[in-house]
Every structure is written in structure tokens, then in C-alpha cells.
Design a protein around this ligand. Structure first.
Ligand SMILES: Cc1cc2nc3c(=O)[nH]c(=O)nc-3n(C[C@H](O)[C@H](O)[C@H](O)COP(=O)(O)OP(=O)(O)OC[C@H]3O[C@@H](n4cnc5c(N)ncnc54)[C@H](O)[C@@H]3O)c2cc1C
Length: 454
């Protein structure tokens, strides 16, 4: 039976970040995921690396500062995946905040970034409308301008994984599910099922780590890991709109009348709009956006951009995710106010669970866990190793100049980037946002030829 120092269950950003940190520090690690890597929450985010300007209202300065530091780190480390963008926060006569309050908040945001953010600014109504011509001019007092990052969320997770796999001590299996765990004297025996063949096999490890995000509360009791539910799952959906649907030169942050925040982020050849924040009542693996959630976002857009003619046929595609928010001791807060802090649990002497947090702060979260595990393996933990750039980039970049897609490039991507299905290829390796049928036309390669590769 094969033995590992650590087995990580869950290959979202947290699992991929953790295997990288452990690999760089010499631990023999296996990462498994029930689906493709980064195919759940970590491809369903708002795709922002940000401090979270709205958390300033919760006086969560520590979290904002940490997230801003991480945002600025990833902008430096991965300039092919993470980009700095201007964000505009329009203020209306009915807004809860005054221009002075907003400017104080933006100053604090820059201050907490150690002034590494490009400086904020305040624009009067005319200047704001020049940049955001689709915005409703009625009652507009102006807009605050500040800087945050955008990221290809699935790709950053994948590239952390590729970086880990350069070390020979690391292995990763997608479409492999943990179905049973048994405590041994010095760790765990884990039964893993291959989702394609249905075959099972067993491996052992010293430490078993769960980075299963929103799936954690349901999974752990099935595996006999001592666990009481710790999550406040919160669903969020996004729309990709056709380019030009909303005329704007920058990203826009809308505060809705029910005091939610909706982002409008022009990217590549589409506009990203999101998100909602609702309790989850359905099966969450491969969760989808529902019609009423789509209509909710469209209504907000129609209210802020009344002349833009935004309709259902402006939508290219939709996606959804579930925030794995960690419960507070006395949590009766609205979902938007539940803290974005992470939590690490040690349900048994040889198992760990990490939930909560934000995509932006994944490196700090996984570092906290690696710092605990690595010395227990008798190895020296070196915290600075994750500050180095990622060593293997995706063959198809998300932003900027893209190589022409040819069959030989597709073959190379499938061979070198852990692709198992057509969906893995188009959604997460090629970053195509259109539906499968539309994707065929965009790729310009006969579908049969691509299908024959799987
Ligand atoms: C709508 C929305 C918007 C967001 N926007 C932002 C943002 O703009 N910026 C930001 O910083 N953060 C954002 N977040 C938060 C961020 O996306 C999450 O904190 C992060 O992606 C969680 O990653 P994870 O690795 O913990 O979970 P996941 O990515 O869900 O990974 C867990 C993995 O566990 C696997 N798994 C489950 N069960 C099993 C099993 N039995 N065996 C093996 N594997 C299993 C799943 O397949 C999955 O891949 C957003 C979240 C949502 C939902």
C-alpha cells in the first residue's frame, strides 16, 4: 500500500495552495478531488483579488490589510493571471454614504495596503459619467475610484498545482473521491474511488487534510471524522454579459437598495456581473444559477443602467458557487456580514480541516496549516518559499496575447495540464465562457477531432 506524509482531500484553491507549500517544503503529498481541480467554488468566485472594501464597514481591518497584502503580492508574482483594475463606486443622493465618508474609507483602504495600491480619487458626476456613460445620471453625486485586482481563479489554482507537481514528492488525482477513512496508529488509511472506472484502492498517510470548502459539513460525518457542522453556506451567482451591453471603461461597484454589493467587471470579451448572497437549499456539487437569481441581478442592472437595454438575451452564460463561510460563535448576522476569516480545526491528532476565508488570502491560510504540519513530519518549515513565482504557466493564457488554437496545442494541453474531460479543457484550461455548443465554433477545430482525444 502506498504511503504519503499528507493526503489532501479537495483540490480547489486551498488544496492546490496547500500542496504547493508542502511540496516546496519537502513533504510527500497526494491531492485528490472528486471532480476536476478548481471546478467548484474556486472557479465560481467574482474573480477579484481584493481587500474587500465593504469589510471596512464591519471594522475588519486585519482581514482587509492581509488581503490587500496578498492581492499586491499576486499582482507581482503572476502578472499573466492577475491584473490591477480601476473600480468606481457611484454615490447617489439616496446612498447611505456621503462623498466624505466614502473618501475616508478609500483613504483607509490605501493606508491598509501600505500605499501599495494606486491612489484613490473622487470624481464629480460629469467625470464619472464620462467613464461610465451607461450609468443612471439621475441623482448621481459622483464616484469614488480605487484599485483592486482581477484574476483567472481556476487558472491560479491550477498553476499552484502544476508548481507543486514539479517536485517529485507530489501527486494529484482528479475525479478521485475519498469514500472511507480508518484511523491507524500513526495516521490514516484512506479508501479512494476512481470516478471513471469505479475501482477503489487504499493508501495510508500520516496526516489527512480536508480542504473541501462548502462540501465539508456533509462529507466528514460520512467518513467518521468527529465533526459538528461549522459552515454557513451562502450561494452566489454571476452572469457573463455580451461586451458593450453596459458602456464603461472601468469596473463598477453598485450598492443595492437591500444593501448588497454587485460588481460589474469588464473582462476580455465580456462583462462579469455578480453576485447574489442567498442560503443554499439544493445539492451543491456543480451548482447552477436559477432563473429567479438571474432576474434579481438583471433587475439591479436595469435600475442602474436604465438605457442599456439589458435583457435575458444579453447573457452569454451564468455560473454559481457556494461560499464556505465559517460559523461565528453567535451568528445571527445576515450572510453578507458573516466574517470572511478562515478557521483550521484538528478533529483528531492526525487530521486537519480548513474552511472559510477568501480566495485572495489562500496563501496565508495554507501557510498556517503547512507551518503546523511540516515540523510534525520532522522537516523544517521555510515560510518564504511560497513567495517565489510559479514555475509552470498554462499553455493558453487567459488575458493578453493568446496563441492560435490548433489540434497540436490542444493535445499538448491535455497531456501536460491534467485534463480528463472536454469540460476541463474548455472551461478551465482554455477559459472559454460560452456554452459547449458555442465553444466548438470559437475553437475552430472540428468537434469530432477534439472528442477523439478523450
Ligand atoms: C459567489 C462567490 C464569489 C466569490 N468571490 C470572491 C472574490 O471575488 N474574491 C475572493 O477572494 N474570494 C471570493 N469568493 C470566495 C472563494 O471563492 C472561496 O473562499 C474559495 O474558492 C474556496 O476554495 P476551497 O478550495 O476552500 O473550496 P472549493 O474550490 O470548493 O474546493 C473544494 C473541493 O473539494 C472537492 N471535494 C468535495 N468532496 C470531495 C470528496 N469526497 N473527495 C474529494 N474531493 C472532494 C470538490 O470537488 C472541490 O473541488 C467567492 C465565493 C463565491 C461563492
Amino acid at each position: 500500500m502506498k504511503h504519503y506524509d499528507v493526503i489532501i482531500v479537495g483540490g480547489g484553491i486551498n488544496g492546490c495552495g496547500l500542496i504547493r507549500d508542502l511540496a516546496l517544503n519537502g513533504a510527500k503529498t497526494l491531492l485528490i478531488d472528486k471532480g476536476d481541480f478548481s471546478s467548484q467554488t474556486s472557479q465560481g468566485s467574482s474573480k477579484m483579488l481584493h481587500g474587500g472594501i465593504r469589510y471596512l464597514e464591519n471594522l475588519d481591518f486585519g482581514l482587509v490589510k492581509e488581503a490587500l497584502e496578498e492581492k499586491n503580492l499576486w499582482l507581482r508574482l503572476t502578472p499573466h493571471l492577475c491584473f490591477e483594475r480601476e473600480f468606481y463606486l457611484p454615490l447617489y443622493r439616496y446612498s447611505r454614504h456621503t462623498p466624505l465618508m466614502l473618501q475616508c474609507g478609500l483613504f483607509l483602504y490605501d493606508f491598509l495596503s501600505h500605499f501599495q495600491n494606486k491612489p484613490h480619487d473622487w470624481l464629480g458626476p460629469e467625470a464619472a459619467l464620462k467613464i461610465m456613460p451607461s450609468l443612471d445620471p439621475k441623482g448621481l453625486r459622483g464616484a469614488g475610484k480605487y484599485f483592486d485586482g482581477i484574476v483567472d481563479d481556476a487558472k491560479l489554482a491550477l498553476e499552484c498545482l502544476y508548481d507543486a507537481l514539479i517536485e517529485e514528492t507530489s501527486e494529484a488525482l482528479s475525479y478521485h473521491e475519498v469514500i472511507k477513512t480508518d484511523k491507524t496508529q500513526s495516521g490514516y488509511e484512506v479508501v479512494i474511488k476512481d470516478s471513471f472506472s469505479g475501482k477503489t484502492f487504499s493508501v495510508t498517510c500520516n496526516f489527512l487534510v480536508f480542504t473541501t470548502g462548502p462540501f465539508t459539513d456533509k462529507l466528514l460525518p460520512k467518513l467518521n471524522i468527529p465533526w459538528t457542522p461549522q459552515l454557513v453556506p451562502s450561494k452566489g451567482i454571476h452572469l457573463w454579459l455580451k461586451p458593450g451591453t453596459i458602456k464603461t471603461d472601468g469596473s463598477i461597484v453598485l450598492t443595492t437598495k437591500d444593501n448588497r454589493v454587485v460588481f460589474v467587471i469588464p473582462q476580455r470579451d465580456a462583462i462579469l456581473v455578480g453576485t447574489t448572497e442567498t442560503p443554499v437549499r439544493e445539492e451543491i456539487f456543480n451548482i447552477q444559477a436559477h432563473n429567479e437569481e438571474i432576474i434579481y441581478l438583471l433587475n439591479i442592472l436595469q435600475q442602474y443602467f436604465p438605457d442599456a437595454q439589458i435583457k435575458e438575451d444579453s447573457i452569454i452564460s451564468t455560473f454559481a458557487g457556494v461560499r464556505p463561510l465559517a460559523k461565528e460563535e453567535s451568528s445571527t448576522q445576515s450572510l453578507g456580514k458573516v466574517s470572511r476569516h478562515h478557521k483550521i480545526y484538528r478533529p483528531t491528532s492526525h487530521s486537519y480541516v480548513m474552511i472559510g476565508g477568501k480566495y485572495t488570502t489562500f496563501r496565508r491560510m495554507t501557510q498556517e496549516l503547512a507551518q503546523e504540519i511540516v515540523p510534525r513530519l520532522g522537516l523544517r518549515y521555510r515560510p518564504n518559499l511560497t513567495l517565489n513565482p510559479l514555475r509552470q504557466h498554462s499553455l493558453m493564457p487567459t488575458f493578453g496575447e493568446k496563441p492560435k488554437l490548433t489540434l497540436s496545442l490542444v493535445k499538448k494541453i491535455i497531456q501536460s495540464e491534467k485534463v480528463k474531460t472536454f469540460d476541463d479543457l474548455i472551461k478551465r484550461r482554455l477559459s472559454i465562457i460560452e456554452s459547449t455548443e458555442q465553444a466548438h465554433q470559437i475553437m475552430g477545430i472540428p468537434l469530432e477531432e477534439i472528442k477523439s482525444l478523450f
